[in-house]
Design a protein around this ligand. Structure first.
Ligand code: GLN
Ligand code: ZN
Length: 761
């Protein structure tokens, strides 16, 4: 029996690669120095995997920026607009590479970066391949061959080159012009894969991994045929190598037969996300195929439950014999933090329940050893797992009882929207097209330094609070002068919209080094939800109350919603996500009520991440949307009718989920729409969305200051689609990443636009 790994984090335990890349971009180090850092991490990663005892170790999972970008270069899928970079930079591949990743503004050139999007349902962003109708493919980079050559030196026969498979590569890209379908490019693409694979074989490769996550998605007939065609065509023209196709993040479902009958040596399936698929896979697997069972969770931070994993492994062995079973993590470990040993401040009782990438490798190896008879390892694991399931740090009966007692009434506002709307009109007496902002104001260096000093102990709490109070007062004065109708306090006291709440809720912990790559050199450090969640004290009341007292205008209370908190954290794997979400919902509900009690008449509950939680498979979406919407409603429905609940979402595609968005029943929803010229409001218009809505009238992702006329014209469009008396005027999202000058200028124009719209529409 073999073990394999599918991919390892490349940023380095101390985020060395991030720092090296940023220094390279800033011209502080040269390419040699960057390479030195990269190769050191790569070598360390290989040693770690060797020492853990993994049999097949990935090469070419290493990347300066992104594995899909690497594929673009390898296959020569380089958009026309970068041709001038090649001219200037000559053979310097790295300049072209980073130009595609980050755009190029040098040598009188100004070329935009390639688009990025989320890698399936992870928080990792990849560079989206751009295809044209006349797309040609040609090997255009030596990286994979160099990586494998280096891997072979360190790893010998254990070295396994990794590529994104041809069909997923096409499907995860996009057409840049009309008149063709990218999946049809498969015929032209396959010969290049054949060439690449044959070169790797010549170099000595015995195993090659092709990632085909799209095999776990809903596929059209044509897409299924592309898989069949591609792998048949490849296998006819190669020999002497074993291909392992990796699927993950979902079950194969209706693609099971397709995947099992590809002419390959081994198929990898994700048995963490979808353990239930094992029976069908084993029932249908052909005689020759090896099965890689992904039993160690590559997406979370918890210690593997060996008993559970072994049950799956033994079932596979029983059917296939141990020679045909490979033990593996569920997916690439790219999505895990790197090394738990670096965490010195985590409560030791909890730390024994956790595992990061390095520890997960060891788990894979230990599972193999247990199968071979080392039962001591199993006993030790059982002990840790048992201590977690019995721990009072995890389990709080009052919290569980409260969640089980949630009723439909808890998730329903006292009266229907029209009645509430009338009360809000009387209470707040706002003009048509009321103006507001989404919450945060610029987090200037001054504000960040304040926080850093406070954390270091250079400022006392009094000094820190006083400085924040001054910033808040200033922001309020300024909003009043400008004539904004519903004010915000500016969120100066918050580092991050999830962390701020996680730090104040019981059941969360924070790591020192638990970084995970988000895109390029950007990493995130999600909080860890380890136990039943409760709210020991008020979280935002102090600041909202302080802010409200500074003005006669309505002040919005500002909270993060339960689904977003869940989505942006590492979650428990010992209870369903909806249960955890409801625990958060109840905690935030209590905060909503505390704000109402403190006199805040308007409370915004941000649900930035509802859409990104959508399951990959369509069939699973209704269930998710049901519990996600219900959790929001639990959060929002404790208040009196006269309290106005806002929500905010920073994306814009609502077509397929509009009925669920409406079911959230927020009194006001603010969304992103400016870049689409209000196009995206059509979903709301077609649905005849009944509640109030603030379509963003300017894009906060750029420092550009939009003119009053532009915003009036957007408002005019919005008023053609939706009843004018239901429209609010606001930016697309929070302003924390912007600087003050452009923020002030843009909001001045926005207020002027609202005033103009009031007289015109
Ligand atoms: N209230 C938050 C802010 O203004 C919302 C941010 C978000 O939606 N991502 O920053
Ligand atoms: Zn937003």
């Amino acid at each position: 029996m073999l073990t394999q790994n599918l991919g390892y984090p490349r940023i380095g335990g101390q985020r060395q690669l991030k720092k090296a890349c940023e220094n390279f971009w800033a011209g502080k180090i040269n390419l040699d120095e960057l390479q030195q850092v990269a190769y050191t991490i790569r070598e360390e990663n290989w040693q770690t995997q060797l020492q853990a005892g993994i049999d097949l170790i990935p090469c070419n999972d290493y990347s300066y920026y992104d594995q899909m970008l690497d594929m673009n270069l390898l296959l020569g899928v380089i958009p026309e607009r970068y041709a001038p970079v090649t001219k200037v930079a000559g053979n310097n591949e790295i300049d072209l590479y980073f130009a595609m990743a980050r755009g190029y503004q040098k040598n009188n050139l100004d070329i935009t970066a390639m688009e990025m999007t989320k890698w399936l349902d992870t928080n990792y962003h990849y560079i989206v391949p751009e295809f044209t109708g006349k797309q040609q493919f040609k090997i255009s980079s030596e990286k994979v061959f160099e990586q494998y050559a280096a891997g072979k030196i360190t790893l010998g026969d254990k070295a396994k080159p990794v590529l994104v498979g041809p069909v997923s590569y096409l499907l995860l890209g996009k057409e840049k012009e009309q008149g063709f379908e990218r999946v049809d490019l498969i015929k032209k693409l396959v010969p290049v894969y054949v060439e690449i694979i044959n070169r790797l074989i010549q170099q000595g490769a015995t195993w090659i991994q092709l990632d085909e996550p799209c095999l776990a998605l809903d596929l059209s007939k044509k897409e299924k045929e592309a898989f069949d065609f591609a792998y048949r065509a490849i296998s006819n023209r190669i020999s002497g190598v074993k291909l392992v196709v990796a699927t993950y993040f979902e079950a194969l479902l209706d693609n099971t037969n397709l995947a099992l009958n590809l002419p390959i040596a081994a198929l990898h399936v994700d048995l963490v996300r979808a353990p239930e698929q094992l029976d069908e896979v084993l029932a249908l697997i052909p005689d020759s195929l090896q099965l890689s069972v992904g039993v160690v969770d590559g997406r979370n931070v918890w210690k593997n439950d060996y008993e559970k994993s072994l049950a799956l492994i033994y079932r596979a062995i029983e059917k296939l014999g141990s020679d045909r079973v490979i033990i593996a993590p569920s997916c690439s470990l790219l999505h895990s933090p790197i090394d738990l040993d670096l965490e010195t401040a985590i409560d030791p009782d909890i730390k024994v329940w956790m595992a990061f990438a390095k520890q997960k490798l060891k788990e894979v190896a230990e599972l193999k050893q247990i199968v071979s008879g080392n039962f001591e390892l199993l006993q030790a694991n059982k002990k840790a797992i048992a201590s977690r399931s019995a721990s009072q740090k995890v389990h709080k009966q009052v919290v569980k009882d409260r969640v089980s007692a949630i009723t439909e009434a808890d998730a329903t506002r006292k009266s229907a929207f029209p009645i509430r709307q009338q009360l809000h009109r009387e209470r707040f007496n706002l003009p048509y097209f009321p103006t507001t902002t989404i919450g945060s104001f610029p987090q200037t260096d001054d504000i960040r330094q304040l926080r850093a000093k406070f954390k270091k102990g250079d400022l006392t709490l009094e000094q820190y609070d006083y400085a924040l109070e001054q910033a808040t007062i200033e922001a309020i004065r300024w909003q009043e002068e400008l004539g904004i109708d519903v004010l915000v306090h500016g969120e100066f006291e918050r580092n991050d919209m999830v962390e701020y709440f996680g730090e104040q809720l019981d059941g969360f912990l924070f790591t020192k080094n638990g970084w995970v790559q988000s895109y390029g050199s950007r990493c995130v450090k999600p909080p860890v939800i380890y136990g039943d969640i409760s709210r020991p004290a008020d979280m935002t009341v102090r600041w909202s109350k302080f802010a409200a007292a500074q003005t006669d205008k309505p002040m919005k209370g500002m909270l993060t919603g339960p689904v977003t908190i869940l989505q942006w954290s590492f979650v428990r794997d010992d209870q369903p996500r909806d249960v955890t979400t409801n625990q958060i919902a109840l905690a935030i509900r209590d905060e909503v009520l505390a704000l109402e009690q403190a006199g805040l008449g308007i409370i915004q509950i941000d649900e930035a991440a509802i859409r990104e939680g959508l399951p990959l498979r369509k069939a699973k979406r209704p269930h998710y949307l049901d519990w996600a919407v219900s959790a929001f409603r639990v959060t929002a429905s404790g208040v009196e009718d006269k309290t106005q609940i806002h929500t905010h979402m920073c994306y814009s595609e609502f077509n397929d989920i509009i009925e669920h968005i409406a079911a959230m029943d927020a009194d006001v929803i603010t969304i992103e729409t400016s870049r689409s010229q209000m196009e995206l409001l059509h979903a709301f218009a077609n649905f005849e969305y009944p509640n109030e809505i603030g379509p963003g009238v300017y894009d906060i992702h750029s420092p550009r200051v939009p003119s009053t006329e532009e915003m009036v014209s957007l408002l005019t469009k919005a008023a053609e689609l939706l009843p004018a008396q239901n429209l609010w005027v606001n930016p697309d999202c929070g302003l924390k990443t912007r600087k003050w000058p452009e923020t002030k200028a843009a909001l001045e124009n926005m207020v002027a636009a609202a005033k103009q719209a009031r007289t015109q529409i």
